[in-house]
Design a protein around this ligand. Structure first.
Ligand code: PSU
Ligand code: MN
Length: 326
């Protein structure tokens, strides 16, 4: 059952109670007890990493969330159901079926209406997490404004949804295949709060810094959780984006990385790749051009985000309980 706030009107309550939201027992129990839960996306499994590293990543990230005190809720659309918390078999199915489509916002009604399956992006994972009442979501990097968007209009629906759904999203910033200054401008327009975890700079995924400023720096998970609570107290919809730089020892060489990005972007144009295929194509080419380097870095930053996200979820539940006790 989705979380149905008591203050909601009858029509909205009826709509929510019809939603095909399926929580694993573990996730449902943790949420009912007000315990820490961390949502995880599945497009990163189906389209972000090659097999078998994708399966390894999906299992590892769940383990890191548990090791840091929270319950992992990997999100996917399975046979038209919005699932939060998958069985090991379901995770393996996603990792071994590259034909599972990447599901963005426009696709959700189709998958639900037709009873089909899809892997959730940052946008759709955020929607399902918010419906389930999960406050923290961990990913690798968010989608954003693509280079050349002034003519292609290619701006990820991740940004729109972050402007709308109330949750804290942990990410290593966004890849520099994107136009990062423009991405930050759109986040500002949408009113998304961008925090840096122990940094003043927006991280660029494989690099610790893009050189661009974040809105504020926080030093602890509790500080980040308080910003989300403050946002909710203000009645503002939308997300707090907690950016977490890749561990220093895993950072890639910036010059070789830019060469790889230029090469990937050239291939994109030459192959006439557009629409939903752009991001998976660029990720695949970067993995190929940098050989194993970028996959190893990608794994490291996802795990690093999972640890921070789990600790932030723990802090959020503690703060929420302290407030309720007052
Ligand atoms: N960035 C990454 N790895 C990813 C993605 C983005 O570094 O796997 C995935 C995420 O699921 C993100 C999606 O939500 O790509 C964005 O796709 P698009 O640009 O088509 O909105
Ligand atoms: Mn796009």
């Amino acid at each position: 059952m989705p979380v149905v706030p008591a203050t909601m009107n009858a029509a909205d309550r009826a709509r929510l109670s019809r939603l095909p939201l399926v929580l694993s027992d573990e996730v449902a129990e943790a949420l009912a007890a007000g315990g820490p839960v961390v949502a995880l996306e599945s497009t990163i499994i189906s389209h972000g990493f090659p097999y078998p590293q994708n399966l390894h990543m999906a299992q590892e990230v769940e383990r890191v969330v548990r090791d840091n005190g929270a319950v992992p809720a990997t999100v996917a659309i399975l046979d038209g159901k919005l699932c939060a918390g998958l069985s090991p078999d379901q995770v393996e199915w996603l990792a071994t079926n590259p034909k599972v489509p990447k599901a963005s916002v426009r696709d959700l009604p189709i998958l639900v209406g037709k009873g089909q399956s899809g892997a959730t992006t940052v946008a759709t994972t955020s929607i399902v997490a918010a419906l389930a009442g999960i406050g923290v979501f961990v990913t690798g990097g968010i989608g954003g404004v693509h280079r050349g968007a002034a003519t292609t209009f290619d701006i990820s629906a991740d940004l729109t949804v972050l402007g709308r759904e109330s949750l804290l999203v942990v990410a290593a910033g966004a890849k520099s295949v994107l136009d990062l200054p423009a991405t930050l401008e759109v986040l500002e327009t949408l009113g998304v709060t961008v925090l840096g975890y122990r940094t003043d700079h927006f991280p660029a995924f494989y690099l610790r810094s893009s050189g661009l400023p974040v809105d504020a720096r926080v030093e602890s998970p509790a500080e980040a959780a308080k910003v989300l609570l403050g946002r909710r107290d203000l009645g503002l919809p939308g997300a707090v984006l907690l950016t977490n730089p890749i561990p220093p020892e895993e950072e890639l060489d910036p010059v070789r990385l830019e060469e790889a990005i230029q090469s990937a972007l050239r291939d994109l144009t030459q192959n006439d790749v557009t629409g939903r295929d752009v991001t998976p194509f660029l990720l695949k080419r970067l993995h190929e051009v940098t050989e194993v380097g970028s996959i190893k870095a990608n794994l490291a930053l996802v795990n690093n985000n999972a640890a921070l996200g789990a600790r932030t979820a723990v802090a959020l539940t503690q703060l929420t309980k302290e407030r309720a006790g007052r």
